[in-house]
Design a protein around this ligand. Sequence first.
Ligand code: C2E
Ligand code: CA
Ligand code: CA
Length: 410
Amino acid sequence: MLFVDLDRLKTVNDTHGHAAGDELLISAGRRLTGLIRPGDTLGRLSGDEFVILCEDLEDIEAAATIAARLLTGLAHPFVLSATSVTITASIGIAHTQGRDRTPEELLDDADSAMYQAKREGGNRQQVFDPQLKTVTDHHSELERDLHRAAARGELHTAYQPIVTTADGHVTGFEALLRWDHPAHGPIPPATLIPLAEQSGLIQPLGTWVLQRACTDLHRWQPHSAPQLGVAVNVSAHQLMSTRYLDTVSDVIDATQTDPRTLTLEITESAFLADETRALTVLTELRRLGVKVALDDFGTGYAALNYLQKYPVDILKVDRSFVADLGAQPAAGVIIGAIVQLARGLGMTVIAEGVETAAQRQLVADLGCTFSQGFYFAKAMPAQAITTMLSRGHTRLPRPSDATATGVAVL
Ligand code: C2E
Ligand code: CA
Ligand code: CA
């Protein structure tokens, strides 16, 4: 049994409207029909979920071959009446070989396997493995808890300083979402963000982070230079939503934020999802006066011509390059090239993940004007930033004993 779940139907609905979503479902159903073998049974279970029953397969390899064919077949763009969209799917495979399963149990197994495929980023297949079932159960429990986390005050934003590389002068902060789960403790963003994206919670959560960051910035500004800024991460799902631009301008108005002090960090995957939409959103953001940073730059798949087409202000050099500095000569060459590229295009560069004095020196020599990393400071609670700024501590790194005990050291 193959459980096929389309990965981004919700985004298509949000971006192009429900009529386009319906059209896509019909086309996807037709396409799947053309990809299965005579004798296989295809059904639509609900929403964007399809199930295929293949009754006479030799082994699991044969099912994997069918799943691969479905993934390839779905990858071609769908031409709808008003637009064309590209989607992917997550496929879970369950079988009865050597196991006694009722139809309901088999469906449940296939569903679990599909969920696992989705957790790993979608656009892939996964064969059911009983051990993975416990992971999935834990995951649905987390998802349920996440729905209530904001109301229960379990979420907060931490802020990591962004500084001038040469003298460690604090110019702004990156807001990073934190969730303290009452039973499981802190849930890392690497788990939290994909979970929020899959459960459709990323939009309200993202808006919540934006609001918090702008509100906190407003509280800090009296203690700092007027151009102190805050950067907020934006997932591709948010950027693709039709409501996103309104959300940003509403939050800016409500929190009286100077748009020039707000940076939105996006990754190249935002371009891959829908180029036309990305161009519209980024152009509008620029019109609002907000800055746009390309996060984890150098690790994505986007071609460089994106840089001339899209209004981008900042390139954040991925921390993997900084980590390799000194050990891998190529890392320095790549960072140097990114700096040249940014200069030529009038963009600013921030080096991420600077952990040591030596790395700071190297990225400074390579021309990265701004830096961020544990060498200068880790992400800290908003209150710690307020204290730091009100004491006039705007140069980093601070001697570690001072930050650890909260004692003011001049
Ligand atoms: P990111 O945007 O690349 O954020 C920087 C991450 O690098 C943070 O991890 C930060 O703690 C870590 N980091 C900073 N300096 C260093 C360093 O010197 N060494 C090392 N090893 N790591 C360093 P964090 O907080 O775990 O966040 C992970 C990712 O989760 C972020 O990566 C971002 O992609 C995502 N994320 C966090 N908050 C949000 C949010 O509010 N919305 C969205 N959409 N994504 C978020
Ligand atoms: Ca970021
Ligand atoms: Ca990053």
